[in-house]
Design a protein around this ligand. Structure first.
Ligand code: DGT
Ligand code: CA
Ligand code: CA
Ligand code: ZN
Length: 585
């Protein structure tokens, strides 16, 4: 097990001990040990091999054994037993924002609640707000947390859903009975989260395809097994629908089940206005149109692809990710205004906003650059945390300047074909001032300013805070502008229209944080913002060499947002990027 995962286990143990009401010294040994381990600069494997772990200040004797066991085996009996000794419902409560070990213990001791449902009932009966240490506000917050939790459980990150979908699609395509197979639905539309998977197959032998689908090893439950539709559920709770149609219907079915519903409605209206009725089965003259001129055979029209379907209705091909019923049917009229071409993965020359071992990343400058080179990039932007993010081992002014020297030396060494841009992810403090000195910010190639604290400010305060940071001459980019964590934490309150206008006025870039859990700023805002002139950067926010791969999720969002490639900094070459940075400061 690697260091970061061991840190997670130690932190988890501390919380579980709190929940059990263990003595504070014991609890602190684990939480403190986790912090020491997290900020340790030496390689954990080496420290263990040299027998030095026990001599590190803050890692007590009880921890040495456990860390070594976790490092060697990835398992720890003490931890497994500790978890098993606590009611699962109490562990689930820890997911509710604002509830840690201590508070869950209090609720359990005072009210006897052992499940989320019981906690919800206690809140609704006003029993929680009556407890010392909880008030009306925390009771409401718990109820909101429980409601969000239920909604979150119904959806899955696109990135994870894709991992499940890929082998299924490959398996379907391998079946001899299958003529064509595609994933449809929100997965194909590249939505940030996915409710369920939808597969469409063309085959004249549906039964064999259905049998294979429901018989996959990973299937936990078969919820439907019919002639043309089957549904299954996997262990993660993710469900999948399969529909099998004849080849002649494939393009129609694929289009219909790709959705979105709103897009389908607009398409059906367009067809109707031209005298046709469109469904998942096909396209035929609507009964009262009386127009015979386009009829084919029985009245059904044939199309062999979605492109032909769009063209028949006088439209250019609309990429699946744009089919959200947000005016795309009007915009893609043949012969209408030109629409921007969508970003391709291969157009990215590099990425910005990535972390190294200097703060909370797992890769060194050299390792991150090597990984960027392997991805074919020309440059890599590094932006570690600043000191206010102490839990992430953020850099002081002095440490920033030291890292800057290291990056310069790295670039000058000529050991890498990748040019490293020196940056920082600097905290925007509660009042909108910045965490580092102006001259530190000015010494760097570029900066990303982000909010990592005081999330519960009012909308007016948060908006003013972020705009103050945008107006600072040292600011080049704004990081994850709403702080949302998909399926876990709601965005903080902020007026993004005002933020967008301020960013444009100050020539500040807003990032697409490409971590699949963030995808912030949201695609729904990008088209308008880009039309107004906002510049974008795709920022994987990688905390390891593997994390660089998240740039692909950012490309999805840029496509979904219809951002023209000229307004995406990553499409510029090294000199072009350097020029942008220089002109902004
Ligand atoms: P999801 O699964 O919630 O992430 O979102 P989708 O879009 O994948 O929705 P899903 O799986 O319920 O249905 C797949 C597509 O099928 C949907 O995008 C459009 C089409 N569809 C489903 N139900 C309806 C409907 O009642 N009316 C229309 N027009 N289309 C529908
Ligand atoms: Ca779906
Ligand atoms: Ca579905
Ligand atoms: Zn951040």
């Amino acid at each position: 097990m690697n260091k970061a995962d061991i840190v997670d286990v130690l932190e988890d143990i501390a919380v579980l001990l709190e929940l059990k009401g263990e003595n504070p010294f014991k609890i602190r040994a684990y939480s403190g040990g986790a912090r020491v381990l997290e900020t340790m600069e030496d390689d954990l494997g080496e420290v263990i091999a040299e027998g030095r772990l026990g001599s590190i200040k803050g890692i007590g004797s009880a921890l040495v054994d456990k860390i070594e066991t976790l490092h060697a085996t990835g398992e720890l009996e003490y931890y497994t037993k500790l978890r098993a000794s606590i009611a699962p419902g109490l562990i689930e409560m820890l997911d509710i924002p604002g509830l840690g070990g201590k508070k869950v213990k209090k609720l359990h001791d005072a009210l006897g609640v052992e499940s989320i449902d019981a906690l919800k009932a206690a809140c609704e009966a006003g029993e929680v707000s009556a407890l010392k240490g909880f008030g009306q506000k925390s009771e409401e917050k718990i109820l909101t947390g429980i409601a969000n939790r239920a909604a979150y459980a119904k959806r899955h990150l696109w990135w994870e859903a894709r991992t499940v979908a890929e082998p299924i699609l490959a398996g379907l395509r391998d079946l001899p009975q299958v003529e064509q197979a595609e994933a449809a639905g929100s997965l194909r539309r590249l939505k940030e989260t996915v409710g369920d998977l939808d597969f469409i197959v063309a085959s004249s032998e549906p039964q064999a395809v259905m049998d294979w689908f429901v018989g996959q090893d990973s299937v936990q439950e078969v919820t439907a097994h019919g002639e043309t539709k089957s549904s299954v559920r996997f262990e993660s709770g993710l469900q999948a629908d399969l529909r099998v149609v004849l080849m002649a219907q494939f393009a129609f079915a694929l289009h219909h089940f790709t959705g979105s519903k709103e897009h389908n409605v607009a398409m059906r209206q367009r067809a109707l206005s031209r005298g046709y009725s469109l469904s998942e089965w096909g396209l035929k003259p609507s009964s009262n149109s009386g127009s015979g001129e386009m009829e084919v055979g029985s009245g059904e029209l044939e199309v062999s692809s979605e492109q032909e379907l769009f063209e028949f209705l006088g439209l250019q091909m609309i990429a699946p990710e744009l089919r959200e019923g947000m005016g795309e049917v009007e915009r893609y009229e043949l012969g209408g205004d030109s629409v921007p071409s969508l970003l391709e993965l291969s157009q990215l020359r590099g990425v910005f906003h990535n972390h190294t071992t200097a703060s909370d990343g797992r890769g060194t400058i050299e390792e991150m650059a090597e990984a960027a080179e392997a991805l074919g990039f020309d440059y890599l932007g590094l932006a570690d945390h600043s000191k206010a993010s102490y839990q992430a081992n953020g850099l002081s002014d002095a440490r920033v300047l030291k890292q800057l020297e290291q990056i310069r030396a790295f670039n000058e060494s000529g050991e890498s074909a990748v040019h490293v841009f020196s940056g920082i992810e600097c905290d925007i403090l509660a009042d909108g001032s910045l965490d580092l000195e102006d001259r530190t910010l000015a010494a760097l190639d570029y900066t990303v300013m982000s909010v990592h604290s005081s999330f519960s400010q009012s909308e007016a305060e948060m908006t003013a805070r972020v705009i103050r940071a945008i107006e600072h001459p040292g600011t080049v980019m704004l990081g994850h502008p709403t702080g949302r964590i998909l399926l876990r934490r709601e965005p903080y309150k902020i007026d993004l229209q005002k933020v967008i206008d301020a960013a444009i006025a100050n020539k500040v870039i807003i990032e697409i944080n490409a971590n699949p859990k963030r995808l912030d700023m949201d695609w729904r805002l990008w088209r308008r913002a880009a039309e107004k002139g906002l510049m974008c950067a795709i920022n994987p926010d990688a905390h390891s060499t593997e994390g660089l791969a998240y740039y692909a999720a950012g490309v999805n969002i840029a496509r979904k947002g219809g951002i023209p490639t000229e307004q995406i900094l990553n499409c510029r070459d090294c000199a072009g990027v350097a020029q942008w940075f220089a002109e902004r400061r």
